[in-house]
Design a protein around this ligand. Structure first.
Ligand SMILES: [Fe+2]
Ligand SMILES: [Fe+2]
Length: 313
């Protein structure tokens, strides 16, 4: 075989599932500030999701609506429309946690204002002339979303199996939010990559946007944890530390650095396809028992349903 032959992604067709949005809602009235009891560092490390995802996933939806007219494959278009529906609800569901944090004395507005700026201005639409420049900027953002979705799928798979959080008494409503979202991330994990490959697929663009996404995620995440720890009203000298993160990974309440490091060669492998990682059946099994997803299904079917409550069995 010629060494010039291109290695291509190898999708696993068995991992594909038709996508639909589940219109969930959560009742936060009983969720404590440290929803993982006695572990503010891990609580706030995971809480950064509520800072980044409302603006981030709104931005996914905004960019994908612009990409829709360029899709020349009906099955992919249906996947992208399903993806848009799911991400719109993810964004709203995480946004709904923020008023509860304010009630508990932790106002996230100074940080979320910066995140909003990043997605709406830095990564937003630019005044570019129609044609090549505008298309280039759309493709850059489509590739960035594919790289970010590699990490949302990784986190989704991780949280579905993170039983140590349950053993330590993590708040059941927060766990359902994280696992419902994580399961849908696993369920739709191939869509962003398939769209990127369909519209462009250039390997240099894949590497460049992965590096940008990875650096931005690392930077914004550690700043978010610092923000929460320093502004938590119950922690007069709260500080985010590297040591605490390592401890969380070792104890199974956060992903380990080793697991995060393994995501890099995965994504940069020319034969990578998201369907090679994660387990759609595991995600669907969770969604079949998720209190929020079940309540959403009942609402969709027209039956009265209450939002998930604390203390219900
Ligand atoms: Fe999402
Ligand atoms: Fe996603």
């Amino acid at each position: 075989m010629s060494n010039k032959a291109r290695a291509l992604p190898v999708p696993r067709a068995s991992e594909h599932t038709p996508l639909h949005a589940r219109n969930v809602s959560f009742d936060w009235a009983g969720t404590p500030l440290h929803w993982l009891p006695g572990d503010p560092s891990t609580t706030h490390t995971i809480n950064v999701l509520h800072l980044l995802l409302p603006a981030g996933e709104r931005w996914f939806v905004h960019v994908y609506r612009q990409a829709l007219p360029y899709i020349r494959d009906d099955a992919l278009r249906a996947d992208v429309i399903g993806f848009i529906g799911q991400e719109a609800i993810h964004s709203q569901a995480h946004d709904a946690v923020l008023p509860r944090l304010r009630e508990l004395g932790l106002d996230p507005t100074p940080y979320t204002a910066q995140v909003d700026w990043m997605f709406e201005k830095l990564l937003g639409d630019r005044t570019l002339p129609p044609g090549r420049a505008r298309r280039w900027w759309l493709l850059e953002r489509v590739a960035l979303i594919a790289a970010i979705e590699h990490y949302t799928a990784f986190l989704g798979e991780w949280v579905l199996g993170a039983e140590e959080l349950d053993r330590r008494g993590a708040d059941p409503v927060m766990m359902d939010l994280l696992r419902w979202h994580g399961a849908e991330e696993v369920e739709h994990r191939s869509v962003a990559f398939d769209l990127f490959m369909h519209l462009d697929g250039g390997y240099r663009r894949r590497v460049r946007t992965w590096a940008a996404a990875f650096a931005a995620l690392f930077f914004t995440w550690q700043r978010g944890v610092r923000f929460f720890m320093e502004n938590d009203p119950t922690l007069p000298n709260g500080k985010a530390t590297f040591k605490e993160y390592v401890r969380g990974g070792r104890e199974g309440v956060l992903p380990t650095f080793g697991a995060i490091a393994r995501t890099v060669p995965q994504y940069l492998d020319r034969r990578y396809h998201p369907s090679q990682y994660g387990d759609t059946q595991q995600a669907l099994d969770y969604l079949a028992t998720s209190p929020a997803a079940l309540a959403a299904e009942q609402r969709t079917a027209g039956r009265p349903a209450r939002p998930e409550q604390h203390g219900e069995s």
